[in-house]
Design a protein around this ligand. Sequence first.
Ligand code: GBH
Length: 448
Amino acid sequence: MVKYKFPDDFIWGVATSAYQIEGAYNKDGKGENIWDRFTSIPGNIYKNHNGNVACDHYHLYQSDINILKELGIKNYRFSISWARIFPDGYGKVNQKGIEYYRRLINALLDKGIQPAITLYHWDLPQELQDIGGWTNKKVVDYFVEYAELMFKEFGDLVPIWITHNEPWVVSILGHAWGVHAPGIKDYKIALKVAHNILLSHGKVVKLYRSMSLKGKIGITLNLSSIHSATDSEKDLLAAKIYDGFMNRWFLDAILKGSYPEDMKKLYNELNILPQFSDDDMKIINERIDFLGINYYTRSVVKYDENAYPLKVSMLDLDNPKTDMGWEIYPKGLYELLINLHKNYDGIDILITENGAAFNDIVNYKGKVVDDYRIDYLYRHLLEAYRAICDGVNLKGYYLWSFLDNFEWAEGYSKRFGIVFVDYNTQKRIIKDSAYWYSDVIKNNGITE
Ligand code: GBH
C-alpha cells in the first residue's frame, strides 16, 4: 500500500555533473577548465585525486542510460562542460563537444527519459580564469554566448534548464575559503564573483525568454536551514547573519530584485560589498519558472568574536552524521520549503539535489546493502511530502547522485551514488537504495 502519494505530475529524477562523472578530460578537443587545473596542484584534493577519468561516463553514457531505464528513472539532471563546447571559453566552437551532448540527449529521449541541463556546474574554462574568471564582466558575456549556443542546439529537446548550480559554493568555497577551484581566499573577490554570477544568470534567463522556447528555466541554490545555538540575543543575530550570508543574499536578489538591507550594511562595514547598479538588480530579478534547491544538512551557528568576517561560527553537534560529517536533519528540508513558500510568494520549487555519502561496501554476494542511505532518503522524502501537504509548490525531486563520483575536494573518498562505481574496472553495481528509489518512482510515493 502506498502510504504517501505524491502529486501525479511529480518529477522524479537523479542528478550528476560533468566534471564529477565524465572523465575524458582531454578528449575530442575539450579545453582545460579550472577543475583540471586545480586538481593538478598537489595538496588541493584528497590524495591528489582528479576528474581525468572519473566514471568515464563520456564513453560509458549509453550503458549508464540503460541503468537509468532499468531503474525506471524518468528524469535526469546533468551538466554541460563549457570547455567541451568552447575550448577557450568563447569564440571557436568544438563540434565534437556538441555532438557528444546531442548523442547523450538523444539516447535519453530514446528511452523516454527527460533531460534537465545545468549550464554551469563549476567547471569554468581555464582561459577565462586567466582573464580574471567571474570577476571579469567579459566572462558574464561569454556565459551568455555559451548559453545561446546551447539553447539553439538543444532548446527544443530539453524541457528544464538550470543556469547555475550553487553560486554560494562557487563564490565562497572557490573565492573566499579557497577549498574549491580557483582556490582564491578573499571575501571581497568572492562577493564580486557572486554578483557577476547572478548577473549572468539573469541575462541568460532573459535570453531564454527572448528565444520563445517551450521549456522552463531556473537556478539552483544550496540552501541551509539555519538554527542558532542558543536563544541569546547574540546567537540569534548570528543565525540571522548566516541566513543572510547563505540564503537571503541570493534569494532576495533573484526573487525580490534587491540584496537584503542588513547584509548590505554589514558587507559595507566590512568593506567587502561589491559595486552594482539598479540595472544589474533588475536583470538579476528576471522572472524564473522555478527555484532549484539543494539540501543536505542544517547549520547550527553561534556568535563568535574571533570568526572572520561575520563573527559567526558553526557548531559541531554530537548527532548522527553522514560520511561527509554533515548532520542528518531531515526536518530542515521541511523548514526550508515552508519558509521559501511563505517568503517568496509560493514559488514553484524543484529539489535539484538531496542525498548522502556513506562508506559503502560490496558484500560477499556482490551487493551493496545501503539501508542507511534508504533511511536518509526515506526521511527526507517524508519531509518533502509533508511540505506538499502544507501547500508548498514542490514540483520534483532529483536524488544526488546517480553514480558514485568525484566529490570535489574529497576526491573519490565519498560515495553519494545509488549506483556503486568500482574505479579500477568501471564496473557499476546497483545499490539497494537504487532499487528502493525505483519502487518509490513506480509507486509515485512511499510505502511503509
Ligand atoms: C553539492 O554541493 C554539489 O552541487 C555537488 O556537486 C556535490 O557533489 C554535492 O552537493 C555533495 O557535496 O560546507 O560544512 O558548511 C553541496 C555543497 C554542502 C555546501 C553542505 C554547504 C554545508 C556544510 N554544500 N554545505 S559546510
